[in-house]
Design a protein around this ligand. Structure first.
Ligand code: SF4
Length: 348
């Protein structure tokens, strides 16, 4: 069961409480390049992203942010390190949330950011990262252990609470999957603020997707987590696709099509791999909650078809049976499967 946290809002996107688990990514264009950043944000939205973060390292970037905000619908989170003035400028430019890294800002800066956030009803993310923990905490533990990460997070929650500010979420990311899982588990037993999940610097597409699925997926399966970001050295659309698949795998993504398909073997009677891949591409933009099964033969085919909204399985060589809502619908030749099923999806 999902652990219920305090609900906050980043723009119109609820995080925590009863809100569905949102997907975030981060633009990797230069924020000063307004056109490119707007295109990236629109592309992310098209792919199913709910929130996007942009870096604001310079005065020019926060000036550009004002134009970017005017031209996109998705709420923007400004990523701030070192100079608190960028946070104040970003809030003024229309950012809906400010990500601060406690290791990179002092108390004076936090105070100034909180004042501006309160005045403008803007949320904050306390983004603790194993690579940039405060020096005194790191000195105490010697290395970025789970305890060090969690201590930093709890300490920074307290700093914001002392400023009478609770409109925030927290992340405790590590590039090590086991450390990430343990840190979030410990933190979730100590605080009730919404948690932003992610395995930081997870790597390139294939290893990064697997590390993220294990890290984020284990926590979500425990009921921990309110918003997720998959961090890949890859295209940002890949991050969103992986994030969506993680949520889908745990039945946490509404209005999405889940396709199950068998690994194929010598009994396979139809082109399972080709059919499954084509349906996957076709269903990318379908906003319906559907389960579709594609199996090579009757061994598991009938059972899975009966438990799917649309079930396809090899019946004879080159011939498939299609089930709809658990009942036999038709028998078709292999080459007719895709058109028949696409029509069924559209009519469901
Ligand atoms: S469902 Fe049939 S074809 Fe697919 S792996 Fe199982 S036995 Fe093989």
């Amino acid at each position: 069961m999902r652990r219920k946290t305090k609900q906050i809002f980043v723009g119109n996107v609820g995080i925590g409480g009863d809100s569905s688990i949102s997907i975030q990514t981060m633009a990797n264009s230069s924020t000063e390049d307004i056109g490119k950043t707007i295109n990236q944000i629109r592309e992310a939205e098209e792919a199913g992203c709910d929130l996007i973060r942009v870096s604001c390292p310079t005065r020019e970037s926060t000036v550009a942010l004002r134009e970017i905000v005017k031209n996109v619908r998705m709420p923007i989170i400004a990523d701030i390190h070192f100079n608190y003035k960028r946070a104040i400028e970003a809030i003024d430019a229309g950012a809906c949330c400010i990500r601060i890294n406690p290791g990179n800002v002092d108390m004076f800066a936090i105070n100034e950011i909180v004042k501006a956030a309160k005045y403008n009803n803007v949320a904050i993310r306390i983004g603790v990262n194993s690579g940039s923990i405060e020096k005194d905490i790191l000195d105490k533990y010697g290395e970025p252990t789970v305890e060090a990460i969690v201590e930093s997070a709890v300490l920074n929650c307290k700093k914001l609470e002392d400023l009478d500010f609770v409109n925030f979420k927290i992340s405790v990311k590590s590039s090590d999957v086991k450390t990430t899982i343990s840190a979030y588990r410990q933190l979730s037993s100590k605080v009730n603020y919404p948690l932003h999940l992610g395995v930081t610097e997870a790597g390139t597409f294939f290893p990064g997707a697997i590390k993220s699925a294990i890290g984020i997926g284990s926590l979500l399966a425990d009921g921990i987590g309110d918003t997720i970001r998959v961090s890949l050295s890859s295209n940002i659309v890949d991050e969103i696709k992986v994030g969506k698949q993680i949520l889908k795998s745990l039945s946490l993504l509404k209005n999405s099509v889940d396709i199950i398909s068998c690994p194929t073997c010598s009994r396979t009677l139809i082109d399972v791999i080709g059919i499954a891949k084509e349906l996957e591409a076709f269903c990318e933009s379908i906003k319906k909650s559907l389960k579709i099964s594609v199996l090579g033969c009757v061994v598991n085919g009938i059972g899975e078809a009966m438990n799917s909204d649309i079930g396809i399985f090899g019946f004879k060589k080159g011939i498939a049976k299609i089930y709809v809502n658990g009942a036999e619908y038709c028998t078709v030749r292999e080459y007719e499967v895709l058109n028949t099923v696409k029509e069924l999806i559209q009519n469901q």
